[in-house]
Ligand binder design. Structure first.
Ligand code: ADP
Length: 422
């Protein structure tokens, strides 16, 4: 069928997060890694294209997102969603604003909303300021992110230098009064030429209101949570049948591997907890730069993969800074990503069929190395993290792509347990 909503995500974990939440509703969701190279055929009600453009140069990110949009339009989509992280991860130059503006131009619309809130995962927006749990974004662990350190919590201030058209706010006071009120606020802002509207949301009911007010916008932008109510709204509007068959879990051996390149606080806790349960190997970017990935490959070759070993580069902020000072920010990240990419292919060839990757950029590198491009969404492990089923080098695999901040401390073990359930 023609996609009812065409989604573009700026990283792979963000895309699986969105695909997972959309599929909670029981409608068909298709996840594609990268812009498909063949013309659209047999598309689903929700099509999510995962890109790896969060930290790319602005021109490249814009070009890639426009190509994704063109594919979705060719598939017949008329409404679109630009998905970025619930912590608004971006560099000072972009790419959230520039991509939104380019998509708006191509779609032919003069207003969009920005709502990265995800209350279930502790992300809320008040007066345009983003909070992570009880902390403003810029005081949260996101201030130490290796690639996109967030040093301002105010979404309007972050957005303004990234766009050419005016930025405004639809505050909580308005959202709390319901969808009609929000619609009239957006219309009033449109009269003032406000193209980019940050929308407050502190609770799930606010997201419901926002989705009800904005479902027919040509372009919505935000985190995955604001898109979650859309499937039921489309069903109610008669745009969508609720008939999607659930993805069938393939028969998989229990050999597994976990790869972590996220340095987020939550992933570090997950790595620490899981290291108590299974064999683990720490990658050091400086050692990798000097000696290559050989030692890690040799360690991996000796492992019994039924123990689901863990390989991680996850490190504390001062260790990350030391590696970045020695190698440069981009190279430190790239060395780790390249090593994990090589290791995941080795693990697959050694028999691993259950693969967990932690970290947005990391997941992108891992998925690209495995050559997977078309994923079915399976069981949910934690809010925003489903198991996905795919084929890599003709092997059926299950893969979980976890954004750094997601999950609780026991995530890795829980993820493996979920696959044991019938
Ligand atoms: P998250 O989802 O937490 O943002 P990402 O994988 O997107 O995680 O980003 C983490 C980045 O940090 C990756 O580019 C990764 O290669 C890099 N990285 C991982 N470990 C280290 C380290 N020890 N030193 C420097 N950079 C690192």
């Amino acid at each position: 069928m023609k996609p009812v909503l065409g989604c573009i995500a700026d990283d792979f974990t963000g895309a699986t997060d969105l695909a997972g939440l959309l599929s909670r509703s029981g409608v068909a969701v298709r996840l594609r890694l990268g812009v498909p190279t063949t013309p659209p055929k047999d598309t689903s009600a929700f099509e999510v294209i995962a890109l790896k453009c969060r930290t790319s140069p602005v021109d490249e990110a814009v070009a890639e997102c426009r190509a994704a949009l063109a594919w979705l339009k060719a598939a017949g989509a008329e409404r679109f969603f630009w998905k970025y992280c619930s912590t608004f991860d971006c560099t000072a130059q972009g790419n959230i604003g520039p991509v939104a503006e380019a998509l708006m131009a191509d779609i032919g619309t003069d207003q969009t909303i920005y709502c990265p809130a995800f209350p279930e995962n502790g992300r809320s927006i008040y007066m345009g300021n983003l909070f992570v749990g009880q902390q403003p974004l810029a005081e949260s662990p996101m201030k130490d992110h290796p690639l996109t350190p967030m040093t301002d919590s105010n979404l309007m201030r972050l957005l303004m230098p990234q766009v050419t058209k005016p930025v405004g706010l639809a505050p909580q006071r308005v959202v709390a009064q319901g969808a009609e009120m929000l619609r009239s606020e957006l219309a009033a802002l449109r009269v003032e030429n406000i193209a980019h509207v940050v929308v407050d949301a502190v609770a799930d009911e606010n997201l419901q209101t926002i989705a009800e007010a904005c479902w027919d916008m040509k372009l919505m932008t935000g985190g995955s949570a604001v898109a979650m109510p859309l499937p039921s709204i489309y069903v109610k509007q008669g745009l969508l049948p609720r008939n999607a068959p659930a993805a069938v879990k393939p028969d998989l051996s229990d050999q597994a591997v976990i790869l972590s390149g996220s340095c987020s606080k939550m992933t570090r806790a997950q790595v620490a907890a899981y290291s108590q349960l299974a064999p683990s190997f720490r990658l050091d970017p400086i050692e990798l730069a000097q000696q290559g990935v050989g030692a890690a490959l040799r360690w991996l070759a000796e492992q019994d993969l039924t123990t689901a070993p863990l390989i991680y580069a996850s490190a504390e902020p001062d260790q990350v800074r030391a590696a970045q000072d020695a190698l440069g920010v981009a190279r430190a990240g790239a060395i780790v990503e390249e090593a994990l990419a090589e290791l995941v292919v080795a693990a697959r060839d050694q028999g691993a069929r259950r693969i967990i990757a932690a970290g947005g950029e990391t997941s992108g590198a891992v998925a690209l190395a495995l050559g997977i491009s078309d994923l079915a969404i399976g069981a949910e492990i934690a809010p925003g993290v489903p198991w996905c089923y795919a084929v890599s080098n003709s092997y059926n695999i299950a893969i979980a792509l976890k954004s750094g901040n997601f999950g609780t401390e026991t995530f890795f073990k829980e993820a493996l347990n979920v696959l044991e359930q019938p």
